[in-house]
Design a protein around this ligand. Structure first.
Ligand code: SF4
Ligand code: SF4
Length: 222
């Protein structure tokens, strides 16, 4: 899932300054799992804005809603009247959702209430960590299911770098050296020999370094 965090409320206040009719819009998918932009967070954000405007004697009319996914046009029709009525939409979705909203409603100001972080997993309640950098050519079959692109501080393809100490990364001792984890796991799976294959230099062109990427499936296009 995509992991995001709410922006600082002062930054949000500055962003929405001057808008009197606001729609605070949540997204019920990834950002709800990371407690950043689901229904509950929309309610709290709307209340905070109301309280702030009351305390500063500024008018505001706030509507709240949450849709299944802001990154998909399919779910936007039910909110089109609310969007039309608002001066601006404060989107509590990831950056993809904000941009999809802006594309669907080109005449409307769509503001990002979140900072989008990464693709990751829930380690435990309140802790999310990065797992995939969307590199465009997955090599998890060769690395025991652990990603060196996203999880090695140097994104080494043929690691380790030699600097890890007690299984911790030399760049950031707070994180495990993923190459240590890879070796431990391959040992456990009896597949250590797969590390004898030197992986070729990565083609970063499929990782977005050549501009925004697109997937086209002709067989699905009607
Ligand atoms: S190798 Fe690439 S696609 Fe596979 S998990 Fe890592 S970043 Fe994601
Ligand atoms: S110590 Fe491990 S995780 Fe850190 S940069 Fe070196 S190989 Fe990568």
């Amino acid at each position: 899932m995509i992991v995001a965090q709410q922006k600082d409320f002062d930054e949000i206040k500055e962003m929405i300054r001057g808008y009197k009719r606001l729609l605070v819009l949540g997204c019920q998918t990834c950002v709800a799992i990371s407690f950043a932009g689901g229904k509950h967070e929309v309610e709290i954000m709307a209340s905070m804005i109301r309280i702030d405007r009351k305390m500063t004697e500024q008018d505001v009319e706030i509507r709240e809603d949450t849709i299944v996914r802001q990154c998909d046009f399919e779910f936007m029709d039910p909110i089109k009247d609310q969007v039309a009525d608002a001066d601006a939409v404060l989107s509590l979705a990831c950056g993809v959702g904000v941009q999809t909203m802006a594309e669907r409603f080109p005449d409307k100001v769509i503001l990002p209430g979140l900072n989008t972080g990464f693709m990751g997993m829930t380690e435990k309640l309140g802790v999310w960590s990065e797992r995939c950098a969307g590199c465009g050519n997955c090599i998890l079959d060769k690395t025991g299911g652990l990603c060196p692109v996203a999880r090695c501080s140097k994104s080494l393809f043929n690691g380790p770098c030699g600097g890890s100490v007690d299984g911790k990364c030399e760049i950031n001792p707070d994180i495990d050296c993923v190459w240590q984890l890879i070796i431990d796991r391959l040992k456990k799976l009896n597949r250590l020999e797969s590390l004898e294959e030197i992986l070729p230099v990565k083609d970063w062109g499929v990782s977005g370094h050549g501009g925004p990427r697109k997937v086209v499936r002709e067989d699905l296009i009607t």
